[in-house]
Design a protein around this ligand. Sequence first.
Ligand SMILES: Cc1cc2nc3c(=O)[nH]c(=O)nc-3n(C[C@H](O)[C@H](O)[C@H](O)COP(=O)(O)OP(=O)(O)OC[C@H]3O[C@@H](n4cnc5c(N)ncnc54)[C@H](O)[C@@H]3O)c2cc1C
Length: 469
Amino acid sequence: MIDRTMRASRGLPRREVLPLDGDVSFADDVRAAAADDFGHVIRRMPLGVLRPASARDIAVAVRWAADTGRGIAARGQGHSTFGRSQVDGGVVVDMTGFDEIHRTGDDRLTVGAGATWRSVLAATLPDQLVPPVLPNFLDLSVGGTLAVGGVGGTTHRYGMQTDSVCELEVVTGEGRIVTCSPRDNPELFHSVRAGLGQFGIITRATLTLIPAPTRARRYTLAYPDLGRLAADQRLLLGEDRADHLQGAITLDAGPDGDARAWRHQLEMVLFHDLADLPDDDAVLAGLADERAQAQIEDMSYVDHVEAFDRFTELVRSTGEWAAPHLWWLTFLPGSAADDIARAALAEVAPEDLGTHGMVVFSALRTSRITTPLVRMPDDDIAFTFNLIRFAPPGPVVGEYVDRVLEQNASLYRRVLAAGGVLYPVSALSFRPQDWAEHFRDLWPAVREAKERFDPAHCLTPGYELIVSG
Ligand SMILES: Cc1cc2nc3c(=O)[nH]c(=O)nc-3n(C[C@H](O)[C@H](O)[C@H](O)COP(=O)(O)OP(=O)(O)OC[C@H]3O[C@@H](n4cnc5c(N)ncnc54)[C@H](O)[C@@H]3O)c2cc1C
């Protein structure tokens, strides 16, 4: 059922009828879709789903939630894995209609927070411009990745996606529509970027753009072990040799089709135009890869940034895309990353990762990340260390979910003790004391910003950052 009011429904008193330009749906199928996400583990049924026509609609709904003691959260593309955009008995704001895009300067683009990175790219490429950092998967929403940080293959050079945002329009937890930037309302700007939806719902973002590369020369290098994969990434970072850098550890299929040996691989890309082809010998000089296995491919920049689509096609075809995804993502301190990762992987059995599961192990410079709420290990270099898990297709028994969630928790304790930090898109039960440990010295400021911008604690309850009552 579609309605234009936050109305007397399910026992809500009459005075809660609020006029909206957009729609609210109370239909069971719409609410059920908003009670699920890419993780398919947590399910929390909202009261209704708002499809806002304006920031004002979101402000009205936020004020209503704050006044009635309910929760409210934005939902971009629903790719979080642990119920982070879900709201039990509250309002989910479907941001997909908030997707307008327009140029606001030579190197600036203003986008609705519900736009996907794929549509951003489609809008900028005709002008030979691109955002400095793109996620692997282009069908994530701008608001969804800015709420967590946004890592990509160029993060080692340009930081997180939140580092190249110059202005945001936000609806705060008090239902105020506020524009913020490093100059205007800087406290809100610094809180909302990677702020896990705790301080405001982003309605619009102005992004900085850089000149678009034309071509991508991709070097896929094999390594006999984790140590050499890590060492070469440190070397490449030190010389700033790669434009795109992504390490991966996968499980090879054994002779009987059973997956079983770890395979270590580095994908390094140099952008160029054809007049300026990289010298392969110079690019590969001094690297310790198994050179006979090196693959070099030249492709358009677009083919490069869309490469992940081929992987998603594969896992869609096997049914793994629709199965539960208990993804676990962290950053390890660079100086000890190989030891920590090796010890952690000793606990992971092939079936815990899944047939097409993989481990991401990529180096970045922590100094390139300037967003205050993005937590990084206390080291010059950090490695992303992510378990991209795919449950077996078909009905998944609770035993798998329970076991893998337990493993996520125990691996996290191990990584935390070794100086690593969580990337908060992980499938992991986190309570306020865990968030306090995560934010460490920033925790008092996080609490203070919460009281200031969301005093009723109505925004994005799915992170369980603050448990009221
Ligand atoms: C296949 C796949 C590939 C991925 N690749 C990458 C990657 O390369 N790099 C990376 O960094 N991450 C990656 N992720 C993780 C992803 O960035 C996060 O899960 C992201 O939050 C999902 O975006 P979404 O639009 O689906 O957001 P949703 O799942 O809809 O929302 C995620 C969280 O953000 C909040 N949120 C959404 N929109 C807004 C808004 N407008 N204002 C405030 N809060 C908002 C929600 O309330 C929720 O808490 C990947 C995830 C998947 C499933």
